[in-house]
Design a protein. Structure first.
Ligand code: HEM
Length: 406
């Protein structure tokens, strides 16, 4: 293929003004002009549904150490500038057999059955938040519901001692930036500092938990670590940090982004009110329509072919899940609008796929369904009360502030 037909002069630029407020037109252009895109920084971007589906299940690596310097342009020593949080030891950053061992240790807490048992507690938390919203009349939904719900649930599941929540929130907000496609030096330094501080806080929480064991996930993981060579000290810290961050930095976007999508599509809001049993499918469609995690990554260990083009071994591939979720070739001509009764909405790729498929998917679905379902049911006059403010992130993208009136 020639440059002209590959559309290689087109450069995907998530840093251009306005991108994080509405990345979707840019994804549409990417799918159209350069569906197998090599960024000038040396990484590749895939954006079509079929390519993503295959990529996620192709048994590729997620370990950044496999990125080959040969794939990078002169002068760059790291593909995205990204640093590896907590030394890259979380299950999200490692391949089998480590991945299999680590995931197995944690997965019991996240089976659909274990998660279903949390429903009454989640309903109580949501109802408590809705009472306060009713009393106040006008609130920022992020502060009132979308953030505290998943944050409280994962803190309780882990059995985290009460700690400096504000500081932790600030640090995790910085640390998740390491998942962005490109990280500049200044941000990389901030991420490293946040990583060190959050790891130290987590190590302290683990030390405290050793003295105060209870029926919770942290105690179970400590027991696994004590039980032999199943889990090292550093690995324990890395899994706890991952669960803690993944537990709240993602679902917050599902709840706020989902509610915003409904408020902007009044016919769909009315549909959900008429047919509350649609709430489960509605959450799938809202996950598709605005992906709380916009991208994942894979690293090729051998040449990997997509659409007649060869991605060389050792390449970093950015998997744009959010783009795949809007691909008309898969979803049909109405891909750009939410339809809560869409058949097959659950085929979205918001939770990734293959061996790294999101471990917390059942929990996120449950929190999303209860929060969005009950909010809509309880407040028939729910409306926007000003402009949404986006959090400015390229990957874990969502509203920073969502003013609503009930
Ligand atoms: C992995 C999305 C909520 C725990 C992932 C991945 C994505 C994702 C895209 C990577 C998948 C891949 O590369 O194939 C989401 C979204 C959520 C959410 C959109 C909310 C709407 C949660 C929650 C938890 C969680 C609530 C746990 C409390 C994890 C873990 C992994 C993961 C542990 C790593 C799995 C592995 O590497 O084997 N998630 N997540 N996530 N997620 Fe989630």
């Amino acid at each position: 293929m020639t440059e002209a037909t590959t559309g290689e002069q087109f450069v995907f630029d998530p840093f251009q003004p306005g991108f994080t407020d509405d990345p979707y037109p840019h994804y549409a252009e990417l799918r159209e002009r350069a569906p197998v895109h090599r960024h000038p920084f040396g990484f590749w971007v895939l954006s079509r549904y079929a390519d993503m589906f295959a990529l996620l299940r192709a048994g590729l690596s997620v370990d950044l150490r496999h990125v080959s310097p040969d794939t990078l342009p002169d002068g760059r020593d790291s593909v995205t500038g990204a640093v590896e949080p907590v030394s890259g030891l979380s299950m999200l950053d490692v391949d089998p057999p480590d991945h299999t061992r680590l995931r197995r240790l944690v997965s019991k807490a996240f089976t659909p059955r274990a998660v279903a048992a949390l429903e009454p507690e989640i309903e109580d938390l949501v109802d408590g938040a809705l009472r306060e919203i009713a009393g106040a009349g006008r609130v920022d939904l992020v502060e009132a519901l979308s953030f505290p719900l998943p944050f409280t649930v994962i803190s309780r599941m882990l059995g985290m001692p009460s700690t400096d929540h504000e500081r932790l929130r600030e640090l995790s907000g910085t640390l998740v930036r390491s998942l962005e496609p490109i990280v500049d030096t200044e941000l990389a330094r901030a991420v490293e500092a946040a990583d060190a501080e959050i790891a130290a806080m987590t190590a302290e929480a683990i030390a405290w938990k050793r003295r105060h064991p209870a029926d919770d996930l942290l105690t179970a993981l400590i027991a696994a670590e004590d039980g032999g060579d199943v889990l090292s000290d550093d690995e324990l810290v890395a899994q706890v940090v991952l669960l803690y961050l993944a537990g709240h930095e993602t679902t917050v976007n599902l709840i706020s982004g989902g509610v915003l999508a409904l408020l902007r599509a009044p016919d769909q809001l009315a549909l959900l009110r008429r047919e509350p049993e649609l709430a489960g499918n509605a959450v799938e469609e809202l996950l598709r329509y605005d992906s709380p995690v916009q991208s994942s990554r894979r690293i090729t260990l051998r040449p990997y072919e997509v659409d007649g083009r060869e991605i060389p071994a050792g390449s970093f591939v950015m998997a744009s899940l959010a783009s795949a979720n809007r691909d008309e070739a898969f979803w049909g001509p109405d891909a750009e609008r939410p339809r809560l009764d869409r058949e097959g909405a659950r085929q979205h790729l918001s939770f990734g796929g293959g061996p790294h498929h999101c471990l917390g998917a059942s929990l996120a679905r449950l929190e999303g369904r209860v929060a969005i379902g009950r909010l809509v049911e309880r407040f028939p006059r729910l409306e926007l009360d000003g402009e949404v403010e986006w959090n400015g992130r390229i990957n874990l993208r969502g509203p920073e502030r969502l003013p609503i009136r009930v």
